[in-house]
Design a protein around this ligand. Structure first.
Ligand code: UT7
Length: 340
């Protein structure tokens, strides 16, 4: 029997305020038509001032624990919390220990992971390693981002794409043969492409204090077209690598839950893999690109809507800043959605 990390709970949350494409078009040179046809996005959720990434992370984490408790009929806990985020509550310290404390999990190890939009998969792989090595029995993986707090209020391209949100899964120690066991994960990075998706200033290389930093270097920026092409290649490539290692064909897949960056990217990945589009899980129309939160949010949505059911063969894949990318595979274990 091989020890494995098994999905035991899933949850997600969105801030209540909705910003539609028409809302953006009222104050920027854009249109609902441009945004819908270029990205597939109709609306996104955005935090109000005073709500931070950690607040969303606590809600999503709580829902994943509730989902695990409903699924197993036992109270759920965790002995490690990993938070994937690029928009922590503050540069120092990490947000994860605060999230753990607010969830009543104080005392357990808790740390942040920053792999931008691939953050959830990086955190999932780290969690799997902790469980496989016996360092942890139950790991709460939370992915939360509030990109609205780092976007340039004049940048119509990034404002059209990004939204805020959080998603989480609970992993428990189990066996490789069980539904929900993580069967394989492939991750990659290319630091020579760091400039494609970046906030140029505000770190140790270019501190903000005492410096004359132009606004555009304080905000998030993205070379959209190049990122688009790279994202398709790397998501399709890592997906194929995972399928090879797990021994599944594309035809065996019931659902592909890709990072929701752009509906056209998801369609292009499906085309590269020769996957029928109906097997893509897509909630980008309602939530936009929620960065690290995107995959667990889409998983939670697909459970709620009945698109994911027990026994489904699922592939997850993402591409993000760094550059970073990755993919993973599991059979859906049939988890109870957490009460909203
Ligand atoms: O999550 C991490 C990974 N991120 C991604 O994967 C994002 C990948 N990139 C994309 O999704 C797309 O590149 C974008 C949605 C960001 C942009 O779409 P695009 O089709 O690549 O547009 P573009 O940047 O090539 O711009 C085409 C035109 C430009 O005008 P000109 O120069 O042709 O006159 C832009 O200025 O569209 C213009 N444009 C807009 N027009 C109306 C850019 N944003 C907008 C906008 N409304 N919001």
């Amino acid at each position: 029997m091989t020890r494995a990390a098994v999905l035991a709970g899933v949850g997600a949350t969105l801030p209540p305020r909705v910003v539609t494409n028409d809302d953006l078009a009222r104050r920027l040179d854009t249109s609902d038509e441009w945004i819908r046809t270029r990205t597939g996005i109709r609306q996104r959720h955005v935090v109000d001032p005073g709500t931070a990434t950690g607040d969303l992370a606590v809600q999503a984490g709580r829902r994943a624990l509730e989902s695990a408790a409903l699924t197993s009929g036992q109270p759920a806990g965790a002995d490690l919390l990993i938070l994937a985020t690029t928009t922590p509550d503050r540069p120092c310290p990490a947000t994860a220990p605060d999230v753990a404390a607010r969830l009543g999990l104080g005392g357990i190890p808790a740390y942040d992971v920053n792999a931008v939009c691939t953050g959830f998969l990086y955190a999932l792989a780290a969690a799997e390693g902790h469980i496989a090595s016996g360092l942890a029995e139950q790991v709460l993986v939370v992915a939360a981002d509030t990109f609205s707090t780092i976007l340039d209020p004049q940048d119509r391209t990034t404002l059209a794409v990004f939204g805020d949100g959080a998603g989480a899964v609970l992993l428990r120690a189990g066996e490789r043969g069980e539904p929900g066991a993580l069967l394989d994960m492939r991750l990659g990075s290319d630091g020579t492409r760091a400039d494609l998706i970046t906030v140029r200033a505000g770190g140790s290389a270019r501190p903000l204090h005492g410096a004359d930093v132009p606004d555009e270097d304080r905000y998030f920026s993205m070379s959209g077209r190049e990122v688009f092409m790279e994202a398709v290649l790397k998501m399709a490539g890592s997906s194929r690598a995972v399928l090879d290692r797990v021994g599944w064909d594309v035809a065996d897949l019931d659902a592909v839950v890709g990072h929701q960056a752009n509906l056209r990217i998801l369609h292009a990945v499906a085309e590269q893999l020769d996957l029928p589009r109906e097997r893509l899980v897509a909630n980008i129309d309602r939530v936009g690109n929620t960065a690290a939160a995107s995959i667990p949010l889409a998983l939670a949505d697909a459970v709620d809507s009945g698109q994911l059911t027990k026994g489904d063969r699922v592939l997850v894949t993402a591409y993000g800043g760094g550059a970073t990318w990755g993919a993973g595979a599991f059979e859906w274990p049939g988890l109870a959605p957490a009460a909203p």
